[in-house]
Structure formats: structure tokens, C-alpha cells
Design a protein around this ligand. Structure first.
Ligand SMILES: Cc1cc2nc3c(=O)[nH]c(=O)nc-3n(C[C@H](O)[C@H](O)[C@H](O)COP(=O)(O)OP(=O)(O)OC[C@H]3O[C@@H](n4cnc5c(N)ncnc54)[C@H](O)[C@@H]3O)c2cc1C
Length: 372
């Protein structure tokens, strides 16, 4: 394809790919309509559930497992290159069920984990309290029907990861251009020739659309249909004197994510609210209730901040990773929904292989643009 590339979107996907391409000596420019790494990638929680590369059958699990391997390579390298610790930690995760339905889902999850040889242990309430004394009251309340531990669940601190990626990109000569909305794509029938942006015309040998929840808006103008749509997730940030938990606590779509320094995230919601990033009083009240019933110590914690982000959801749950139909030098990497921070390393690796005309390590057919 060449060796200059325009990446549209400076979220975790765009920055990871820019980093990977720049390490392969491409000359990369990242364009973002707003600030760099300020959208879904900043808003997320940074939970990385475990996967096993040897046993994974589902394409998403293969991508997850590849991404896990790469996260453990990238984090020390980013630290060395930029001095920024991304907070990648094997903190472990707990999965709780308070209803019969949730308990059934967890039993099914535990079977899948066993088949894939991922450690998943059912805990008694006493074992739970021994591991996480902060959950003692919840355990004593009689509401917990089932609890499982996934010791290999990890987390990273996404704002720091983004800072590290942006800094490393700059070290490798990537040009990062904020406040530069791409408004139109132009082609000659077989290649993208140039982009119209708020800062004039931009051209390169290759173009990758990594514009998250906004991808469909951009591609629809060009007559390309993808099923990417925004799914709002709201979040609360508490600050405690000491971390009240060590492990991530998951229950259905909600979770508590403790950071080492006493910050604790409580999330989240799944709402179709278009591109509206507001918090709503109802969701904040429900998340507060969720957090404080599980960990009463949070009633005394300071509420630092609330926000919402737009996850790039897709109609079938798969991201779009591949070439744009009919255009030899144009690609898309979008639609990672709830796992974009996790899958960023694998996505960057596979997309860089595609751009370099290598055979991607994982078959990208399930992620192709023209599907259903
Ligand atoms: C509340 C919440 C919790 C989450 N928790 C987790 C988690 O625990 N683990 C996990 O792995 N993932 C999590 N996610 C999901 C994850 O954050 C996303 O999948 C990921 O950030 C998507 O990255 P992205 O780069 O595609 O999108 P974004 O970060 O949204 O980046 C897209 C960028 O494109 C730019 N852009 C859009 N249109 C244009 C245009 N026309 N021109 C120029 N620039 C443009 C935007 O300004 C934006 O900066 C969570 C998300 C949310 C909201």
C-alpha cells in the first residue's frame, strides 16, 4: 500500500494502530475531531477479562487472548519508552449473582471457562470474606446466591494507557492533530484519494477509519454501511483513603473497579441515547446504590466525578476490522463495544499486518466490513 498512513480517530484504537505502524517505520498522522483520547477510551473502566489463546474457539476470544499476550509486552515497553506506568495489573475479578437468573448465567460462564481451561472457582461466602473483607456485609446480607473468582482477570488505567500511547507515538514521529474533523472521504473508484477535514485536504498512501461510535456517520456519507452505533455508559469515581477492595467486582453489566491508590470506579449502564453524553440522575442513583450496598465503606468515600462515554456498539457484537469494500488502500477498525481497551493491542497488531500485506495472525473474515 505504501508507507504513509492517515488514522481517523485518536482513541485507543487509532493510537494503538499508529504506535504499531510507526514502530514498523510507517509515517503516520492521527486526526481527531476533538481532543486526543478523550472519548470512550478515556471514559472506560479498563477491565480485561481472561482468555486462553490455546483453547479459544470464538473469534472474539481469540482476539482477546492475542490482545492479552500483547498487553503484557506493551506495558513494560511503554513504561521504558515513556516512563508512564499504564497500571496493567493481574488484580483478579469476582463475579456475583443476587438473582436466580444471574446465578444461572454464572454457572454457564463457569462451564465455558472450564472448557477453555481458564481458572474460575466458585467461592463460599467465608472464602469471599477472607479474600475481600470489604464485601463482608454484602456476604452477610443473605443476598448473594453465587460468587465466582477469576484470578486472571486484569485491569489497566485507561487514561494513563492513552497518555503512554500518545507519548510513544510522538517519540516514533507520529503527527497527532486534534480539532481536525474529517468531513468527507474522496475516492477514484478503487482508492481513497484524499480526505476533506476542518484543517484542509489530507492525503496518504493508506487511510484507517478508527472513529469509534462516530464511524457509521462518516462511512454512510460515502455509501458504506456498517452497523456501528453509540451505546452510552455512565460512570462514577469515588476516592477512598485506602482501597476498599483488591479485586474487580462484577455483577451483570455493573462493576466496581478499585485502583491501587484508593480511587474506585462504579459503572455502568447500557443506553441507546444517540450521541448524548449526559449523566442522568436515575442512573447515578442506581449506580450509587449498587456500589454502597456491596461496599458500605463507599458511603464515607468522596464522590470525585461522574461522566458518560459512547461505546462503539455493533449489531452483531463483532468489531469491523478490514478493508473498505472496493477501496484498496482504505481500512476500518471500529466497533469494539465493551472491549476496545482490552482488544486494542490485538487490533493494532492485526491491522498493521493487513496494511503491510502480511497474513494476519488471526483470520479476520468474521470481522469483515461487508457482512449481513
Ligand atoms: C463506561 C464505559 C466503560 C467501558 N469499560 C471498558 C472496559 O472495562 N474494558 C474495555 O476493554 N473497554 C471498555 N469500554 C469500551 C472501550 O472504551 C471502547 O471500546 C474503546 O474506547 C473504543 O475505542 P475507539 O478508539 O474505537 O473509540 P473512541 O475512544 O471513542 O475514539 C474515537 C475517536 O474518533 C474521533 N472521531 C470521531 N469521528 C471523527 C471524525 N469524523 N474526524 C476525526 N475524528 C473523529 C473521536 O473524537 C474519538 O476521539 C468502556 C466504555 C465505556 C463508555
Amino acid at each position: 500500500v505504501g508507507n504513509t498512513c492517515l488514522v481517523v480517530g485518536g482513541g485507543v484504537i487509532g493510537l494503538s494502530l499508529a504506535y504499531e505502524l510507526a514502530r514498523r517505520r510507517w509515517q503516520v498522522t492521527v486526526l481527531d475531531q476533538a481532543g486526543i483520547g478523550r472519548e470512550a477510551s478515556w471514559a472506560g473502566a479498563g477491565i480485561l477479562p481472561p482468555a486462553n489463546a490455546e483453547t479459544a474457539l470464538h473469534p472474539l476470544d481469540r482476539l482477546r487472548a492475542l490482545s492479552d499476550r500483547l498487553h503484557w509486552e506493551w506495558a513494560p515497553r511503554l513504561l521504558q519508552e515513556t516512563g508512564i506506568d499504564t497500571g496493567l495489573r493481574r488484580c483478579g475479578g469476582l463475579y456475583l449473582a443476587r438473582t436466580a437468573g444471574e446465578a444461572a448465567l454464572l454457572a454457564a460462564m463457569s462451564h465455558t471457562m472450564q472448557e477453555e481451561r481458564i481458572v474460575c472457582r466458585r467461592l463460599t461466602l467465608n472464602e469471599l470474606i477472607a479474600l475481600e473483607p470489604g464485601l463482608e456485609q454484602a456476604a452477610a446480607s443473605g443476598q448473594l446466591r453465587a460468587v465466582y473468582e477469576l484470578p486472571d482477570e486484569c485491569q489497566l488505567r485507561n487514561p494513563r494507557y492513552l497518555q503512554a500511547l500518545a507519548a510513544a507515538c510522538r517519540l516514533y514521529g507520529v503527527e497527532i492533530v486534534p480539532d481536525c474533523k474529517v468531513t468527507q472521504l474522496h475516492d477514484d473508484g478503487s482508492r481513497l484519494t484524499h480526505l476533506t477535514t476542518e484543517q484542509g485536504i489530507k492525503q496518504a498512501d493508506a487511510v484507517v477509519i478508527a472513529s469509534g461510535a462516530w464511524t457509521q456517520r462518516l462511512l454512510a456519507q460515502h455509501g458504506i454501511a456498517t452497523g456501528v452505533f453509540p451505546m452510552r455508559g455512565q460512570m462514577l469515581l469515588f476516592k477512598c483513603d485506602r482501597p476498599p477492595l483488591r479485586r474487580i467486582v462484577n455483577e451483570g453489566i455493573r462493576y466496581l473497579v478499585p485502583r491501587d491508590d484508593g480511587y474506585l470506579l462504579a459503572g455502568s449502564t447500557e443506553e441507546e441515547a444517540g450521541f448524548d453524553k449526559s449523566n442522568t440522575p436515575t442512573a447515578l442513583a442506581e449506580l450509587t446504590e449498587f456500589a454502597t450496598t456491596l461496599v458500605p465503606a463507599l458511603k464515607r468515600a468522596r464522590l470525585e466525578k461522574t461522566w458518560a462515554g459512547l461505546r462503539p456498539a455493533t449489531f452483531d457484537g463483532f468489531p469491523y476490522l478490514g478493508r473498505l469494500p472496493g477501496l484498496s488502500n482504505a481500512f476500518v477498525a471500529s466497533g469494539h463495544y465493551r472491549s476496545g481497551l482490552h482488544m486494542s493491542t490485538g487490533t493494532a497488531h492485526l491491522m498493521a499486518q493487513l496494511l503491510c500485506a502480511e497474513t494476519p495472525e488471526i483470520d479476520l473474515t468474521p470481522f469483515r466490513v461487508a457482512r449481513g
